[in-house]
Design a protein around this ligand. Structure first.
Ligand code: NZQ
Ligand code: ZN
Length: 389
């Protein structure tokens, strides 16, 4: 196990009806908020009005900015920053899924910064301060409600980039599983793929002796595998929705990375798909992850055998570890397919004429490679995208 620092300070307020007290919680951080939301699902469900009422009852003043699109855009972030400055806002309240939360985080980073907030995403500057962000979560997927990262798309060049800093950790997150009953089946499934991907990015590591976090990762995966089909059959099954919602947070709040080095190549490769083609992040991951696995599993066959046996209940063939490992990958791919996700670029209706461009654009480290489990060159990334066809 490696040395680590674990600091995940987000206050989680979880359960039925909890969002009724969001106004009181906001008041602990100030008296004026930016109420930030997406394309309108919260108006249809009545959540918008409940948040307005709760803010009003607590005597909190607000300005609002809706219209966050999935794969949130830099131009709206710029608008939000201006609005917060003009209105002297104390906190950004994100009511929605990962896209709304990330847009809120970027606004919060940009308000006290004199330059362009994109500088952080381009690796040109580091923040010294940020406004606090609060969350009412409506979609368990990205884990942004407690994560230290934020992913924004710059329309000029369709660059989708993530940026991680402790300033990105929301100060609180209201998590009511009932708010997820209205999710379309496809978003529920995309959320599952993203949650599983967050766990698997951490699971496939070269760090030895990480028994505890291995077992915790496996537990989160198994809970998702069990409960997603239930939630798809019975969208208002509270207990299934609750398991999924809490799993989404634990998958990405840093707990499962303690003491180990994660990989993250699949996420970087996927960001090119959703950046250019505007597909749902989870759907892109369901396509990229199986291809990545098939490309790299020989680096540590035994780890993939463990994944197959413990997570997918594959019977271990001691004479054919590669066969056991591949059976685990096959079962995962089949699971994605069974919940309605695409598993190839063709399923996603992505043509294969820009694979080289995507491989080149995929964000690399200073040594020109991406990923840690296996350090991938641009050519490797291209091979993975070809495997995903
Ligand atoms: O915009 P509205 O109308 O609210 O509709 C949304 C949106 O169309 C809808 N939705 C959300 N909650 C709903 C609902 N519809 C009905 N009922 C509800 N309760 O769902 C659609 C997708 O929402 P979005 O926020 O885009 O999805 P998700 O939560 O999957 O977030 C995806 C974004 O998060 C980034 C992704 O790259 C992507 O941009 N990620 C952020 C991370 C982080 N900050 O830590 C980590 C992740 O790896 C990921 O990269
Ligand atoms: Zn993700």
């Amino acid at each position: 196990m490696e040395n680590f620092v674990f600091q995940s300070p987000t206050k989680i307020i979880f359960g039925k009806g909890v969002e009724a007290s969001v106004g009181e919680e906001v008041k602990l951080h100030g008296t004026k908020v930016l109420f930030h939301y997406g394309g309108g699902s919260i108006k249809k469900t009545g959540l918008y009005q409940r948040v307005v009422d709760s803010l009003g009852a607590a005597g909190v003043d607000f300005v609002e900015l809706g219209g966050v699109q999935p794969n949130p855009r830099l131009s709206l972030v710029h608008q939000g920053i201006e609005l917060c400055r003009e209105e002297k806002v104390d906190l950004v309240l994100a009511v929605g899924g990962g896209s709304v939360i990330d847009s809120a985080k970027a606004i919060a980073l940009g308000v006290p910064y004199e330059g362009d907030v994109w500088d952080f995403f381009a690796g040109k500057a580091l923040p010294g301060a940020a406004l606090p962000v609060g969350v009412v979560l409506t979609l368990p997927a990205a884990g942004s409600e407690a994560s230290d990262s934020c992913v924004i798309t710059k329309e000029d060049g369709w660059l989708k980039r993530g940026f991680s800093t402790q300033f990105n950790r929301p100060v609180f997150a209201f998590m009511n599983p009932e708010l997820t009953f209205t999710l379309p089946p496809y978003q529920t499934a995309c959320g599952a793929a993203d949650i599983m991907a967050h766990v698997m990015e951490r699971y496939f590591t070269n760090t030895p002796h990480v028994e505890l976090t291995d077992r915790m990762c496996e537990a989160v995966l198994k809970v998702i595998i069990k409960n997603i089909p239930i939630a798809l059959r019975e969208p208002d099954n509270y207990e299934a929705r609750a398991e999924i919602m809490w799993a989404s947070t634990l998958a990405h709040n840093g707990l499962l990375s303690t003491g180990r080095t994660g990989d993250w190549a699949s996420h970087q490769i996927e960001h090119e798909l959703s950046g250019i083609y505007d597909v749902a992040h989870g759907a892109g991951l369901a396509v990229v992850f199986p291809a990545w696995m098939k490309y790299v599993f020989r680096r540590d066959v035994q780890r993939f055998v463990q994944f197959a046996v413990r997570v997918w209940n594959v019977e271990e063939d001691f004479f054919d570890p590669e066969g056991t490992a591949l059976e685990g990958i096959r079962r995962m791919t089949e699971f994605f397919r069974s919940i309605g996700l695409p598993v190839t670029l063709r399923d996603l209706e992505i043509p294969d004429d820009r694979l080289k461009e995507m491989a080149e654009k995929t964000k690399k480290g200073p040594d020109g490679t991406v990923g840690q489990f296996v350090k991938l060159t641009t050519e490797d990334v291209l091979n993975i995208l070809k495997l995903a066809k």
